[in-house]
Design a protein around this ligand. Structure first.
Ligand SMILES: O=C(O)CCC(=O)C(=O)O
Ligand SMILES: [Fe+2]
Length: 329
């Protein structure tokens, strides 16, 4: 009996040693497996970094460099040999109202005869195949927000040989004049800010947006023209922020209506703004429940802060034309 004891002890010790060794081997295997992950991650990290940097660079190039930093002009350049739509005095008054958060309306910036000639240019553009295209939102498959057809007008001489923006050269001579005079208005606004505490310096894009809202179907739901940014960090948020670089730097929205001078309220198509309106020339537009209703009368210029003013275009019962430039800072 006593002779059996040391043998049992030996066996027990051998068993303990064997299971200890097996445990060690398993732990080693697990540690090796765990080490595989960081190694794999380390291998793809440079590739991920490269893809991220490339995407960011492309977003910056496409969103800010091409549309604004490369192609944009100073107000002085934009107004070369062109008369702005406002004189400095009216522009100074407009800026004061804009800085107070109001929408500015100035009537009669184009003559009746020019508006009549303009209708011919617009009709010929509307009937040119491919002259006007569905707006970018509709092209992306969303017709819930806006339904207008657009064309991005640009001076023929401002095209670079390798232009990839898809913008078209200007149509008729009268449309060309409106495009130039609207962009030149940036210079009047700069001059109007000379005696103000905040001196303004604008960058003017090479293009203006010509939009046609068609009879019975044209609308644009409530929005602001600046960048609406979500809070918190996420990589798509940063991509969006870079890709919308030019939109982020919009400062003043300037809209010139190219319709005939007479636009009755039954024709619809009003621009509605959640703000008070300063009518610097022409009648005060009606306001109900804090919403001003501005009809798109031909020769009417509307200015507002791109980031602050919420606005919509209500359904129109006539073809409705608007030429817009966003002045950037
Ligand atoms: O045509 C208008 O009156 C305004 C259009 C508009 O809000 C826009 O193009 O962002
Ligand atoms: Fe807008």
């Amino acid at each position: 009996m006593l002779a059996l004891r040391p043998r049992c002890l030996r066996l027990a010790n051998t068993h303990r040693l064997a299971s200890g060794l097996a445990g060690l081997a398993q732990a080693k295997e697990e540690a090796a497996k765990a080490a595989e992950w960081p190694t794999a991650l380390r291998a793809v990290l440079p590739f991920l970094g490269l893809v991220g940097a490339g995407t960011a660079a492309h977003a910056f190039y496409d969103g800010l460099w091409v549309p604004l930093l490369r192609d944009g002009q100073s107000a002085e350049k934009a107004a070369e040999e062109t008369q702005p739509l406002l004189d400095t005095h009216v522009a100074a008054a407009a800026l004061k109202h804009l800085e107070g958060g109001e929408v500015v309306v100035v009537d009669g910036v184009l003559s009746g005869s020019l508006l009549a000639d303009l209708q011919r240019d617009l009709q010929s553009l509307a009937s040119t195949p491919g002259g006007l295209l569905p707006n970018p939102k509709v092209q992306a498959g969303n017709s819930e927000v806006r339904t207008d057809r657009v064309c991005y007008l640009r001076d023929p001489q401002s095209f670079s040989p390798s232009d990839e923006t898809g913008q078209v050269p200007l149509g008729g001579a009268v449309l060309q004049l409106c495009h130039r005079r609207l962009r030149a208005t940036a210079l009047a606004l700069e001059a109007g800010s000379r005696d103000m505490s905040r001196k303004r310096t604008f960058v003017v894009p090479a293009w203006t947006q010509l939009a046609q809202y068609t009879d019975g179907s044209g609308f644009y739901k409530w929005h602001t023209d600046g960048l609406e940014q979500g809070s918190g960090f996420n990589p798509f948020g940063w991509y969006f922020w870079l890709q919308r670089g030019a939109v982020r730097r919009r400062s003043i929205t300037a809209i010139l209506y190219l319709n005939e001078e007479d636009w009755p309220s039954v024709a619809g198509g009003a621009l509605r703004c959640r703000a008070t309106v300063a009518a610097l020339r022409g009648p005060q537009p009606p306001t109900a429940n804090g919403v001003a209703e501005i009809l798109p009368k031909g020769g009417r210029l509307v200015l507002f802060d791109s980031h602050k003013i919420e606005h919509e275009v209500v359904a129109t019962r006539r073809d409705r034309w608007a030429l817009t430039v966003w002045l950037h800072e």
